[in-house]
Design a protein around this ligand. Sequence first.
Ligand code: CP
Length: 327
Amino acid sequence: MTMQTNLRGRDLISLREWTREEIETVLDVAMDLKRQRALGLPHPYLRDKVLAMLFFYSSTRTRASFEAGMAQLGGHAQFIESRTTQIAHGDTAREIGEILGRYNDGIAIRHVEWGVGNQYIREVAQASRVPVLNMQCDLYHPHQVLADLLTIREKLGDPRGRTLTVSWAYAASYQKPISVPQDLVLLATRFGMHVRLVHPPEFQLMDDVLAEAAENARRSGGAFELMDDFDAGMRDSDVVYAKSWGPLLVAKDDAEGAAISARYTDWITDERRMALAGPDAIYMHPLPADRNIEVADAVIDGPHSVVYDEAENRLHVQKAVMALTMA
Ligand code: CP
């Protein structure tokens, strides 16, 4: 596949707007950067550049990996929380794009509010003179699924023809966004995987995402199957990616979402279910996880789990995206 060298200045808001060759380029550069870091080689491709990281929502991995990544690339990342800015007092998305774009060489944003986040990021991008990177919105989590695809390739080799189970699981902590399962089914079907999307009826994803995933599978020679039986979805799978998300397309509010979710407390990835998958199956989760509710300790800490390598790969793919877009 041809490496793409024209990503300078590009936004990454949704991978739907990036070609397969562009995504391959990110993964290739990510592996190069991972190798350089393992060898202790300096790689200051963004010396003196600054990334603004604007968070409307909490984060552990995303904040830490973007900030570490900018430092390793020779630049700096400034952490900005919406609640300690003047956004609550009237700074508009356009003003944020204009002004942060003049101080910085890139703007990264996390805004997961349903029906608001993606639109906000796009408004900032329209006004910004520098690349805008999506650190998770209500619809997509592109840097997470880039890390997921890199991890699958590292663990299993060519993902074509491999079965990926993207399943809903119960969590009690909060109504998690649908951005990870949406982006995952969209990306994995582009790379020829046999994707099973498994969930109780109330947890459907958006129609246009399902239609595009089906079309991706048709073009790539993969498959896309909708299922509602957790055990059946696990059977002989190569990659188990079981996590919670809210019933956002049907619930009016968080309380109703929690009540619907509570009907399915037995949707946990435990050892019995994990044993239904292939003997060499890997278990993935973007974290944070509700331990012993969403996934049993014995699974997430067990021999099939690759969650820490998956989290590490956030760093490498994000450095690749930043180096390619912000240089
Ligand atoms: N997976 C992920 O995005 O983690 P954080 O919410 O901690 O950033």
